[in-house]
Design a protein around this ligand. Structure first.
Ligand code: 7PM
Length: 263
């Protein structure tokens, strides 16, 4: 899953023709590099960022989603926690909703996903939007994520989402200590075994826990760490990895798959 940011800090300005063209060029490259899904996000979830309005997010995301769906064959997922953004995106060609709140912010996302028979990623996170990255760590992160998965799955299925449409994600970097991010990767196999029906998605790409372990490496200096952590996630049963560096990640995952083939 290739990460396509359409926040103003990463692009010309949301919704403009220049930004849509930038996005299409990037998608063309991601596809050539082996991406299977394009994840379009218009709301930065960086520590300290505040929420954008529904209209703002729709203006950034929807023209890009529509343009990608028209021009390419690849499934588009939309990184949003707002049902209105999800609904417009699905109408214009998105096939997957990637909800970093796991239905905590807007459970109507499940209704919208069910009505369109869209894929739905339920990611674990803790706290309200502004406080997601400053949560006091819980004691047992594996138990916490597991409990949250059960709640989110029950909400989704209760609102009509087919179990085959659901993907789970441990939410690396969201309300976890650096050690807990590592623990989730080390013990991912247990969560995969506890939820065997649902594919597991993992996103470690360039995240700050990698920088912390590498003496403060900036985002551009986190490629090796991103690949090492993606490799562990795949080894421990992840079916999808979310990444900025598509070529390198696809190559790493190919090696992992080849090794797994020898089990
Ligand atoms: C700070 C923390 C800055 C996290 C940026 C981010 C995930 C996601 C994001 C993930 C799924 C980023 C993220 N992370 N969706 N959206 N899983 N499903 O690095 O791990 O892009 S935002």
């Amino acid at each position: 899953m290739a990460i396509l940011n359409v926040t103003p800090d990463s692009f010309s300005d949301g919704g403009s023709i220049a930004s849509v063209n930038d996005a299409l060029c990037q998608v063309e490259r991601f596809i050539a590099e082996g991406a299977d899904i394009i994840d379009v996000g218009g709301e930065s979830t960086r520590p300290g960022s505040s929420r954008v309005t529904v209209d703002e997010e729709i203006a950034r995301v929807v023209p890009v989603v529509e343009a990608i769906a028209k021009r390419f064959d690849i499934p588009v997922s939309v990184d949003t926690s707002k049902a209105d953004v999800a609904e417009r995106s699905l109408e214009l060609g998105a096939e997957i909703i990637n909800d970093i709140s796991g239905l905590r912010f807007d459970a109507r996302i499940a209704d919208v996903a069910a009505a369109s028979k869209a894929g739905l990623v339920l990611m674990h996170s803790r706290g309200e939007f502004e406080a997601m990255h400053s949560q006091p760590p819980v004691d047992d992160i594996i138990a916490e994520v597991s409990k949250n998965f059960r709640t989110a799955i029950a909400t989704a299925e209760g609102r009509g989402v087919a179990s085959e449409s659901i993907v789970l994600d441990v939410g690396i970097g969201f309300g976890k200590s650096p050690e807990q991010n590592l623990e989730l990767l080390a013990k991912l196999d247990r969560l995969v075994a506890d939820f065997p029906q649902y594919p597991m998605l993992v996103g470690t790409s360039r995240k700050s826990f990698i920088g912390k372990l590498l003496d403060g490496a900036p985002a551009e200096g986190r490629l090796s760490g991103s690949l090492a952590t993606a490799a562990v996630a795949v080894w421990n049963g992840a079916s999808i990895v979310r990444a900025h560096d598509v070529k390198e990640t696809v190559e790493a995952v190919k090696l992992l798959d080849a090794i797994k083939g020898q089990l």
